[in-house]
Ligand binder design. Structure first.
Ligand code: HEM
Ligand code: HEM
Length: 467
């Protein structure tokens, strides 16, 4: 099929908007990091930490990550099915509805409307908007797959479809609520049931949003970047089905040592540990696909992003199962260790893979070579250094915090007051804020590079297409 027949317009638009929301997410991330160091930066009531934090997580996960996945799913599905997207009109509607939803989310969060369920903060009218958005998106992708011109289904399509169905199920169940006014509702579940459903949703959001889609992207763009095939299609299929099956049981690892029944906690713990195997199935598949290609780590910036990305995924899925073990959880739960874990996944794994995919697609989308490879390399080093400093500083802070909380005097009383433990965290929070600036600098370079590539679009006569 000719490249001209693919609908790149929608891919370009989603890339641009997701980059914008990514910029907002990281800017707000840096701001809340500084608010923790200097609480005077909290401007009541709209710009306090409590309102900006959910804005940061929503802009990061929904605006940047999901916005980019919209772009990449539309790119990959057309290529893998060798046909244009099923409905260009529906895709355009989705783009505008996506932006309206994100803006409505930002405004309502800043106004203080919040269900208080993490990653599901939006009140019920916005829930309905999210559902419409997801249905429109899923129908368009699934119809493109059903009407495909290429019979075999590459592994990325499985990961994409798993995510579409998984998110729909999770979101609908956790959204069950009774509205009492336009912006206030109460969960349909109560007490420990509510907590259990919420974290079944919460951790599977990690699975269906921050694991399956980036794996779809990784499996598609690694062979594109290296020019060599994936090591084993069979291993990727086994890894897909076992990941989908195992993740669904792990949510209660967020609720260890709570009134949730012991057997539910133990089940979650066991499945979390087992999850290590299918997660590493993909990591090993990625590494083995590099056989004979490792030299590309030196001079191919796309490979650097992708391989560091999958490495962080590997480390993340080693750390995650250990955090799900009761004894270790008793030590690190509620401490700064957890944001360290989270950002190795979000700033490292997910964002690195997204950067690579956008860099790869840019020449195809804009019909000219990337504006500057040296800038892309500098971007790589800045986000890598920023992310490492962020995570390592939070891990050290978390261990220190946990140790101080657990320190007892001879008579069994606590050695430190809560305030004393808090004061010790300030230097680490400052280091985290500085790491945020480094990461932000990398992001600015990335935006500049993509902008300059896009700007030259009309100037360039030669459309680059070799995929
Ligand atoms: C084998 C895979 C994984 C397991 C078993 C796992 C396990 C865990 C556990 C036990 C916690 C809760 C820690 C606590 O609060 O005590 C946690 C938190 C979290 N993990 Fe993972 N993790 C895994 C992979 C990932 C990946 C790939 C990401 C991608 C970004 C991720 C993102 C998160 C997030 C966002 C939270 C914070 C949730 C909150 O707001 O409390 N995890 N993980
Ligand atoms: C410069 C980059 C970033 C900075 C400085 C930053 C900063 C922060 C801060 C200060 C928090 C609150 C931590 C706490 O509760 O103690 C946070 C939480 C969070 N951020 Fe970021 N962030 C950055 C990038 C990102 C990106 C790109 C994403 C998503 C793609 C993201 C997703 C999250 C999530 C899911 C949480 C909740 C974590 C939890 O509850 O443990 N962040 N971030």
């Amino acid at each position: 099929m000719k490249t001209a027949e693919y609908n790149y317009d929608i891919v370009r638009s989603f890339v641009n908007w997701s980059i914008l929301w990514g910029g907002v997410a990281v800017l707000v991330g840096v701001l809340i990091s500084f608010q923790m160091v200097w609480p005077d930066l909290n401007y009541a009531p709209y710009l306090t930490y409590g309102r900006l934090r959910p804005l940061h997580t929503n802009a990061g996960v929904f605006g940047w990550a999901i916005g980019s996945f919209f772009a990449m799913f539309y790119y990959m599905v057309q290529r893998l099915c060798r046909r244009p997207v099923w409905s260009a009109g529906l895709a355009r509607f989705q783009l505008w509805f996506f932006n309206v939803t994100i803006i409505a989310a930002a405004v309502t969060l800043l106004l203080g409307f919040n269900t208080s369920k993490e990653y599901h903060e939006l009140e019920w009218p916005l829930d309905i908007m999210v559902v419409i958005l997801w249905v429109v998106f899923s129908v368009n992708i699934l119809m493109t797959v059903f009407k495909r011109r290429e019979e075999p289904m590459y592994i990325s399509l499985w990961f994409m479809m798993g995510s579409l169905i998984g998110v729909a199920v999770l979101y609908l169940v956790n959204a069950a609520a009774i509205p009492v006014s336009l912006f206030k509702s109460y969960s349909a579940f109560a007490g420990t049931n509510d907590a259990n459903v919420q974290w079944w949703f919460g951790h599977n959001a990690v699975a269906m949003v921050l694991t399956l889609p980036p794996l779809a992207v990784f499996y598609y763009f690694l062979p594109k970047a290296t020019g060599a095939p994936i090591f084993s299609h069979r291993l990727s299929i086994i890894s897909f089905w076992s990941i989908v099956f195992m993740y669904l049981w792990t949510g209660a690892h967020h609720l260890l040592w709570t009134p949730v029944p012991d057997w539910v906690q133990t089940l979650a713990m066991a499945f979390s540990v087992m999850l290590l195997a299918p997660s590493w199935g993909s990591v090993i598949n990625g590494y083995l696909s590099m056989n004979g290609q490792w030299h590309q780590m030196k001079d191919n910036y796309l490979v650097k992003f992708l391989i560091l990305g999958i490495t962080f995924y590997g480390l993340q899925t080693l750390q995650g199962p250990s955090q799900a073990v009761r004894t270790f959880s008793a030590f690190i739960h509620y401490t700064d260790w957890i944001p360290g874990h989270v950002h190795m996944g979000t700033m490292g794994w997910v964002s690195m893979v997204l950067f690579a995919a956008i860099y790869y697609m840019a020449p195809k989308l804009y019909g000219r070579e990337l504006y500057s490879i040296p800038i892309a390399n500098l971007h790589f080093w800045l986000v890598l250094i920023g992310q490492l400093i962020y995570s390592v500083s939070m891990w050290i802070a978390g261990v220190m915090q946990a140790s101080m909380w657990h320190q007892l005097n001879g008579d069994g009383s606590l050695t430190y007051t809560f305030m004393e433990t808090l004061v010790e965290l300030y230097p680490y929070w400052l280091v985290r804020a500085i790491s945020g600036i480094i990461y932000l600098a990398g992001l600015v370079l990335f935006i500049y590079n993509i902008y300059m590539t896009a700007r030259g679009r009309q100037e360039s006569a030669a459309a680059v297409d070799n995929a």
